[in-house]
Design a binder for this molecule. Structure first.
Ligand code: FAS
Ligand code: PHB
Length: 390
């Protein structure tokens, strides 16, 4: 098979890149290791920045989001029984976010690719990029007992944190920056009305908790848990009791509990790989970086990577200029590190750290009290949460 851009990974990064390129007449093929059902079964992010919302609309996949998504102009932070609303729209000149699950974004993108006869190879095994440092790279994969080859101009590594693309960059060139947090998030999805019409980020002596949602009868809750926790240790009852114990009294009172329809634990890490390109390979999304989900930046950083990378490919094929491709890594990393900082800051502010005992706990309380009392501090939080400019 021959194409212009071979995309490894059929998650939101790969799908969005393929869709944008198609609309500009640039051929691509997506090679995904899992089944479509598996990819669509993953429950991930829930909050879309305006930049991603605009990209989805421009790519012709925003209709269902506009019908079913929930525009949110603010969220609460709870600390010592008090709830402080962060008025994002008021503090950022009208900017907001869209609450719409990543699962739905991925489904909308798959539907659009199918409608436009996009080529997506599912359940591909042993996907391997080759000759990345030449003008004729290619990828191979196994399927149906045969080895397949795709010759291409470029390879986009959109295969997530555990993918093969980043590993194709020589260790002598690749630099990795990582911080692993001493806890995880235990998440539950339940067909219950959300406890509040906006998100609530809760700091409590027992640990962090987040109240989110997908629609008016589908709630998403998280509690900070020990890194070695097992989902099997958490019955629904135990989860609801722990969540209630971390919420301010009015939210605990209003919480509607019900059976979980999904329950999973995600580890928290901050990670950046540099550079994001090597020869004709370009990394985007989780393949190049990971943020703790506290700042709702993971999916949204994937979007800005795809914005820069798709613009660079379009410039190459329409103008014959490789300037965008040469600058991609540096351009993308500037915004990545700002989101990395914000996600680290929000995680440090709201979670219970064992080593914080004493001084660290008091600093956290003071940081939150300052945030609750300062419009300047709330503005800095709001402008990062709605998304810094691309
Ligand atoms: P993805 O990991 O989504 O997609 C990569 C794709 O590549 C996958 O389909 C994978 O199967 C495929 N792949 C991997 N190796 C391959 C190979 N060798 N060959 C071919 N295909 C291969 N972000 C938030 O903003 N909020 C959240 O609450 C949140 N929760 C998360 C919970 C979990 C458990 C995880 C893992 C991530 C979470 N994230 C969250 C971040 C998440 O939303 C990512 O940012 C987002 O999925 C990034 O999309 P992609 O870059 O496409 O990577
Ligand atoms: C979610 O709804 O899954 C969600 C929302 C905000 C976050 C993280 C996750 O910061």
């Amino acid at each position: 098979m021959q194409t212009q851009v071979a995309i490894i990974g059929g998650g939101p990064s790969g799908l969005l890149l393929s869709q944008i390129l198609h609309l500009r007449g640039i051929q691509s093929v997506i090679v995904e290791q899992k089944s479509r059902a598996y990819v669509l079964g993953r429950i991930r992010a829930g909050v879309l920045e305006q930049g991603l919302v605009d990209m989805l609309r421009a790519a012709g996949v925003g209709d269902r989001m506009d019908r079913e998504g929930l525009p949110h102009e603010g969220f609460d932070i709870a600390h010592k029984g008090k709830r402080q609303r962060i008025d994002m729209a008021g503090l950022t000149g009208g900017k907001s976010v869209m609450v719409y699950g990543q699962t739905e974004v991925t489904l909308d993108l798959y539907d659009a690719r199918d409608q436009m006869d996009g080529i997506i190879v599912d359940e591909a095994e042993d996907v391997t990029p080759h000759d990345l440092n030449t003008d004729n790279p290619y990828i191979t994969y196994e399927k149906g007992g045969e080895t397949h080859r795709i010759d291409c101009d470029f390879v986009a590594g959109c295969d997530g944190f555990h993918g093969v693309s980043r590993k194709a960059i020589p260790a002598t060139i690749l630099r990795e920056y990582e911080k692993v947090y001493p806890f995880g998030w235990l998440g539950v999805l339940s067909e219950t009305p959300p406890v509040s019409h906006e998100l609530i980020y809760n700091h409590s002596d027992r640990g962090f908790a987040l109240c989110s949602m997908r629609n008016d009868n589908l709630s998403r809750y998280y509690v900070q848990c020990a890194i070695q926790e097992e989902v099997s240790n958490w019955s629904d009852d135990r989860f609801w009791e722990e969540l209630k114990s971390r919420l301010p009294a009015d939210a605990a009172r209003d919480l509607v509990m019900g059976p979980s329809i999904e329950k999973s634990i995600a580890p928290l890490r901050s990670f950046v790989a540099e550079p994001l390109s090597y020869g004709r390979l370009f990394l985007a999304g989780d393949a190049g970086h990971i943020v703790p989900p506290t700042g709702a930046k993971g999916l949204n950083l994937a979007a800005s990577d795809i914005h820069y990378l798709s613009e660079a490919f379009i410039r190459f094929y329409e103008e014959g200029s490789d300037t965008g491709l040469k600058n991609y890594s540096e351009t993308a990393l500037k915004r990545i590190w700002k989101a990395m900082r914000f996600s680290w800051w929000m995680t440090t502010l709201l979670h219970k750290f064992p080593e914080n005992e004493g001084f660290g706990d008091r600093i956290q309380d003071t940081e939150l009290e300052y945030l609750f009392s300062s419009k300047a501090a709330q503005t800095a939080l709001a402008e990062n949460y709605v998304g810094l400019p691309y």
